[in-house]
Design a protein around this ligand. Structure first.
Ligand code: XIL
Length: 366
């Protein structure tokens, strides 16, 4: 028997897989299906996409965009001082480029998770570091990163700061002007990049969501009035079924940003399953129902540009082992040792009901 070239390639690719390829069902090309509904579909990923060949294949088979989950965050690039280590980000950007994935970098400036050395600087030095960081990072990847969350999560009213802004060194050093300044620097550093302002909790009608929504809209309106270079807004979409929500109302809210001339992105979609029963079959059904409930109105939002899931698979669920998340499961009477079923593919990268719910939402919207 002679092996064809294609057969040889398949055989060597299979040898790289951590477990037999046969365990994975063929995945529908969600990226392609979403494209016919007029949106870009993709997932967050980080270094594991380079080492886990099975996951890499799932990403490449289904995604047209990718968000670099952590490796471009300030504290990951610069945990100990000004001189960052860009090697991991470089490898991920090269991977995206090699495979024609449009990449989003998140986040250049975020008041959360800032390293102690930054917090210790004077206000003047922090402002200078912001400029330097934006300029150097964006110039390094100019033309190779499609979009940036220049600022992430500007609001967190529960913290009690004036105007409801999220506290942290950038806000303390520059006041709310840090946001406008960041966008102007970003536009100068890479004029072709898409500049996004990403926010959390807007899709929930609890105290947090209710407090953020009007502030965020009014603030973005002001930025637009002042000619700040901003192309779109991102709504994270970490859905929390146990909190009050009205996704029709959320879609109407998101549409108001489109009216301002901005693109709308759903940037980090997944479902917090902590309030659901332990039984995986029931949980999967409830997670999928939540996706349908959210996606149906969301697909009608004008200027909806992209849907990005915050990982394709439970295998890399960011909820796994997070203390606050285990605590939520405990409070809901569940078993904190259970594996999260918060995503779209299971641990073996087989599609779950949530995958089919996403697919159906794209198909229906075509
Ligand atoms: C999360 C990552 O997924 C985790 O791996 C990391 O430990 C913490 O950050 N909102 C955001 C994302 O804006 O950047 C967060 O990502 C998830 C919540």
């Amino acid at each position: 028997m002679t092996l064809t070239r294609r057969g040889l390639l398949a055989a060597s690719a299979a040898a790289l897989l951590p477990f037999p390829a046969a365990t994975a069902t063929a995945l529908s090309n969600l990226g392609q299906i979403a494209k016919s509904a007029g949106v870009l579909f993709g997932s967050a990923f980080d270094r594991e996409v380079l080492s886990d060949a099975h996951y890499q294949r799932a990403i490449l088979q289904t995604c047209r965009i990718g968000a670099i989950e952590n490796s471009l965050k300030f504290d990951w690039l610069k945990p100990r001082g000004r001189d960052g280590d860009y090697s991991h980000a470089d490898a991920l950007v090269a991977f995206g480029q090699r495979h024609g994935l449009a990449l989003k970098g998140t986040a250049l400036i975020w008041n959360d998770w800032t390293p102690p050395w930054l917090n210790a600087l004077s206000s003047r030095e922090i402002a200078a570091e912001m400029d330097r960081h934006i300029e150097a990072t964006m110039a390094r990847y100019a033309g190779r990163i499609w979009a940036w969350d220049v600022v992430n999560e500007p609001f967190l009213p529960i913290q009690g700061r004036e105007g409801g802004f999220r506290k942290g060194p950038w806000l303390d050093a520059m006041g709310t002007a840090y946001i406008e300044r960041a966008y102007r620097r970003a536009a100068a550093a890479d004029p072709k990049a898409t500049l996004i302002l990403n926010e959390a909790f807007c899709e929930q009608n609890d105290d947090w969501g209710n407090a953020i929504r009007p502030r965020f809209l009014a603030f973005v309106r002001r930025l637009k009035d002042q000619g700040v270079p901003l192309n779109g807004v991102g709504f994270q979409g970490h859905l929390k079924p146990s909190l009050p929500h009205d996704y029709q109302q959320f879609a109407a809210y998101a549409a108001q940003f489109a009216e301002l001339g901005l693109d709308v992105h759903i940037s980090e979609l997944d479902v917090d399953d902590s309030s659901f029963p332990d039984d995986p079959v029931q949980r999967d059904r409830l997670v999928a129902a939540q996706i349908t409930k959210f996606m149906t109105p969301v697909m009608t939002v004008p200027r909806l540009k992209s849907i990005c899931v915050w990982h394709l698979s439970d295998r890399f669920s960011w909820y796994r082992n997070a203390d606050w998340f285990l605590e939520q499961i405990r409070k809901a009477g569940g078993d904190p040792a259970r594996a999260p079923r918060t995503h779209f593919l299971d641990d073996n990268l087989n599609p779950k009901p949530a995958w089919r719910a996403l697919e159906a939402a794209f198909v229906t919207a075509r």
